[in-house]
Ligand binder design. Structure first.
Ligand code: 2AM
Length: 477
């Protein structure tokens, strides 16, 4: 065969990736379980490039030049395993199987291990940016072997988004590293959206501002440090008027969101790794809370919804500026936590991930693209082993500059009964992290008392236990 790369699974993401590849001059083999999808792609977009469609998987594999590079773009989970099992007997040593779906990194580790034993390369690649990104330039986070990346890298880098001449694609690390980083990216995206939602709620409920007024505020914010894709589209969504009712679009949308997939995985992994990603966790739980309609109804009936509309506006401009600074500081916390998780995952699984490079490839193509990411790149350039993004000079300055605003907003929200789980937990994280003495000492004492847990002392090495039930003397453990 002569095709340079193949795509099997031609639903919208696969179709758009295939078109993107073809538009960049690659000869692209096409396959889908149900041939109608392949036909419709050829019918609608066949003239966009050099496609080689096949009805059977055998013909598809035969249409590819060796070593073959085959992208699988099917629903994550058992469908991916089914396609791999069908594909593997048709392949030759050195071929590369690429999963561009939203796989869990543990599945990717398993698949990479299995295929390596069969002489094949397996690349789990996180692809961010949705349908639009897949077509016009996504952010791509490929894992897998160096050898596989040597072949795939130039292809992926050419179809990825481009920021100032730098492609939004880099080899993340071995086996599951790419899907892990994509997972953390999605967690950060959750936190970003929750923080934006809380800022909106503060302005709407606290100031009695209209969605149209808040759209203008977000538009203004988008010209400063907060400049990002999510802030930009927030203004668009807020300004949108429902055609049917003439009401703000927001007021006709049900306020219940499901919480599924990668946001949940991010929090589960953080618990396994022992990394406090409180912003991402609160964002995930806030979505869960929104979905519990019956409980919400019962609680609203019992306690009333006494959000004190308009009570925070005694100095309107000051409050808006406080919310902006609180949003920025909380966002710094969410990213600091996400990058901590990347470091912890990298250490745990031996991936050697370059965190600055991750910030670099998130600058374009993906949902969390933002001006702010340049600052993260700079921070890791200056110190690749940075203990926390929060202590990098630029972010330390931004947080110090915003901390009074942040406190005022969290206090005002609590007094007005406006829930700000992500704003307030991020502030608590910041205060916890910088505290020289935490009350964890008391918890150690309690555990030693009820469970002979033992403790360490501030003034000498070793582990100790106090004889709580006897004479309260201290013994070495
Ligand atoms: P289909 O068009 O034949 O349904 C998204 O569902 C994409 O994944 C579609 O292209 C779908 O193919 C494909 N897909 C889902 N499950 C699959 C499976 N078990 N084997 C092959 N392709 C599958």
């Amino acid at each position: 065969g002569t095709a340079q790369i193949g795509v099997t699974g031609l639903a919208v993401m696969g179709r758009n990736l295939a078109r993107n590849l073809a538009r960049h001059g690659f000869r692209v083999a096409l396959h889908n379980r149900t041939n109608a999808r392949t036909e419709s792609l050829m019918h609608e977009h066949g003239d966009e490039g050099d496609f080689v469609p096949s009805e059977s998987l055998t013909d598809f594999v035969a249409s590819l030049a060796k070593p073959r590079a085959i992208i699988i773009m099917v629903k994550a989970g058992s469908a991916t395993d089914a396609v791999i099992e069908e594909l593997v007997p048709l392949l030759d040593e050195g071929d590369i199987v690429i999963d561009c779906g939203n796989a869990h990194f543990a599945d990717t580790r398993r698949r990479e291990h299995d295929l390596a034993e069969r002489g094949l390369h397996f690349v789990g690649a996180g692809v961010s940016g949705g349908e639009e990104g897949a077509l016009n330039g996504p952010s791509i986070m490929p894992g897998g072997s160096d050898e596989a990346y040597q072949k795939l890298g130039p292809i992926f880098e050419s179809i990825a988004a481009d920021v100032d001449g730098t492609p939004c694609c880099v080899h993340v690390g071995p086996d599951g590293a790419g899907h892990f980083v994509k997972m953390v990216h999605n967690g950060i995206e959750y936190a970003d959206m929750q923080l934006i939602a809380e800022a909106y709620d503060l302005l709407r409920s606290g100031l009695d501002a209209t969605p149209a007024e808040i759209a203008d505020i977000f538009r203004d914010w988008n010209s400063g440090d907060l400049e990002s894709f999510l802030i930009e589209i927030t203004a668009d969504v807020l300004a949108h008027i429902d055609a049917e009712t003439g009401k703000p679009f927001l007021d006709v949308v049900r306020d219940q969101a499901e919480q599924k997939g990668t946001g949940r995985w991010t929090v589960q992994s953080a618990l396994d790794l022992g990394v406090p990603i409180t912003g991402i966790a609160e964002a995930t739980f806030a979505l869960s809370l929104s979905g519990h309609a019956d409980q919400r109804k019962a609680a609203a009936k019992t306690f009333g919804d006494d959000g004190k509309a308009g009570t925070l506006g005694s100095d309107r401009d000051q409050f808006i500026e406080d919310v902006r600074k609180a949003l920025y500081a909380s966002k710094v916390v969410a990213y600091a936590q996400g990058f901590d998780q990347i470091r912890a995952g990298s250490d745990e699984y031996g991936w050697n991930i370059d965190r600055g490079a991750m910030a670099t490839i998130w600058r374009g193509g993906c949902i969390i693209r933002a001006r702010f990411l340049n600052r993260i790149v700079e921070a890791y350039d200056a110190d690749p082993d940075l203990s926390s993004l929060l202590v990098a000079p630029y972010f330390a300055g931004a947080v110090s500059n915003g901390v009074n605003s942040w406190r005022r907003v969290v206090v005002a929200a609590a007094q007005a009964g406006i829930p700000t789980p992500a704003f307030s937990s991020s502030l608590a994280y910041f205060d916890g992290l910088r505290r020289t003495r935490l009350p964890a000492a008391l918890i150690q004492g309690l555990r030693d008392n009820f469970g002979a847990h033992t403790y360490q002392r501030v003034d000498k090495e070793g582990s100790f236990h106090t004889m709580w039930g006897a004479d309260k003397s201290e013994v070495p453990a």
